[in-house]
Every structure is written in C-alpha cells, then in structure tokens.
Ligand binder design. Sequence first.
Ligand code: NAP
Length: 247
Amino acid sequence: MSARTAIVTGGASGIGGGISRRLAADGAQVAIFDLSGDAAKAAAESIEKAGGRAIGVPVDVVDRAAIDAGVEEVRARLGQPTILVNNAGLTVENAFLETTAAAWHQMISINLTGTFDCCQAVLPHMIEAGWGRIVNISSSSVYGPPPGLAGYVAAKSGVVGLTKVLALEFAKHGITVNSIPPGFIDTPMTRDVVDRGFIDLDQQIAKTPVGRMGRPEDIAAATAFLVSEEAGYITGQSLGVNGGRII
Ligand code: NAP
C-alpha cells in the first residue's frame, strides 16, 4: 500500500483509531480527521512513533468548508488522497415521538451528510489518479434495528444506499465503494451506551456466536482488505463484521 494516501474520519479513537493504525502499518500515509485536533494529532504521533506516516487534522464532518480545507492540507502534506474511510459517527437513543428536529438533524448530518460531503471532496482526487477506495462504516443496526434508534438507523441505512449508488457511478474510474456494518465493537461509543443502560453487555455477548465483543482491529482488518489492490473487483457491497450475529 506504499505511496497511497488515506483519510480516516473519526480516526483518533475507537474503530477509526484501529483503522488508522492498521492502514499505516500496511504502508499507507494516513490523515486522521477528527473533531478534536489534539486527539487527532496525538493519534498521528503515536503512529509515527511506531514507524508509520500520519498527520492529524481537526475536521468536523458536519462542516463542509473544514472538510475541503482538510483535504487540501492532506494533498499538500501527504499527496493526493486515494483512500477514504468514512468512520466518524454518533449514536443517540431517542423514543421516536420524543425525538426533536434538532436531534434528528444531528443524526443525519454527522452520519449521512458527513459521508456525502467527504466523498464529494475526495472523489475528484481519486478520479484524477484513476484509482480509489472508499469504505463507509455503516452499522449492523441497519439489518436488525433496535427500537429507539430511528435517526441513527435511518442515517446509516442512507449510508448503505449511498455506497451502492457511488459504486455504480465511479466504477469506470477504478474506484470501489463498499460499506462495513460493524457488530458490537468494544469502543468508547459502545462503553457509553452500556454505561447508560441502553444495552446490556452480557446479553449482547450471549447473542454473538463467536462469544466476544468485536475489537477495532476486526473492523480494521476488513477495511485493509477492501482498500487493497486485490479487492478491485468488489464494489457496492456490504461486508458484515459481527462475530456471526444475525441481529
Ligand atoms: P467512537 O468510539 O465514539 O469514535 C468515534 C470517533 O469519531 C471519535 O474520535 C469522535 O470524536 C469522532 N467524531 C465524532 N463526531 C465527529 C465529527 N462530527 N467529525 C469528526 N469526527 C467525529 O465510536 P466508534 O464506536 O469507534 O464508532 C465508529 C463508527 O462505527 C461510527 O460511525 C459508528 O456509528 C460505527 N459503529 C460502531 C459500532 C460499535 O459497536 N462500536 C457498531 C456499529 C457501527 P470525539 O471522541 O471527540 O467525539
């Protein structure tokens, strides 16, 4: 993967942190876009200490101007980005009738519009290079939705649909677009919903045939494959990484 430049949104912690570390270990130059510039820079420094090449860039994926500026900074410092992992996301539970317009729009703007904007900002670089890989992190909740997550599940379902359409539109440019719906992965986001009592850790593990929570490294391994040269014939697909769970 040497000479490829990758952008990972929400790449400072959780699943995104695992993906950033893995792509760097595989030889990519990695730009970590995250809400917190300090966290993004700390994650990049830790990759560089391990011998990889990474930079941290403060980018809120709901801010199109910040995305465009971030992509330009990546092009100037690391070269043309041809790998994009749309991982930044947020989940907030709400009973449907109590969901405010602001809460609904927050779910759509971070999880879906952020993915749209990052794709639109990076695709011209991939087209120019005649090669590209996009991986959109969706959610297994799209395929087995729990009650109380209407905004999140609607947004992540949109990500799956967007993935399929982009795959068709950009295949002729050597660009693949796939999604990964993670199962139940051990990250700060998951620990937060467990701590708030929205889901029960033991129950979730009991529902998982492999008998454990997933790790960011499990999602990172699938991402590394989908962005590789050899995955060039796979596009428009959703690769579940969920320990065998059906719902
Ligand atoms: P996480 O632990 O909360 O990490 C998400 C990262 O994204 C954090 O660094 C966060 O920054 C950053 N971020 C949040 N909003 C952002 C924004 N607007 N712009 C840029 N960065 C932003 O979450 P995770 O569990 O790793 O989840 C990663 C992705 O996987 C999400 O899209 C999530 O929906 C999806 N997913 C996760 C699971 C799971 O079991 N963990 C299951 C299904 C799907 P701060 O820390 O500063 O907020």
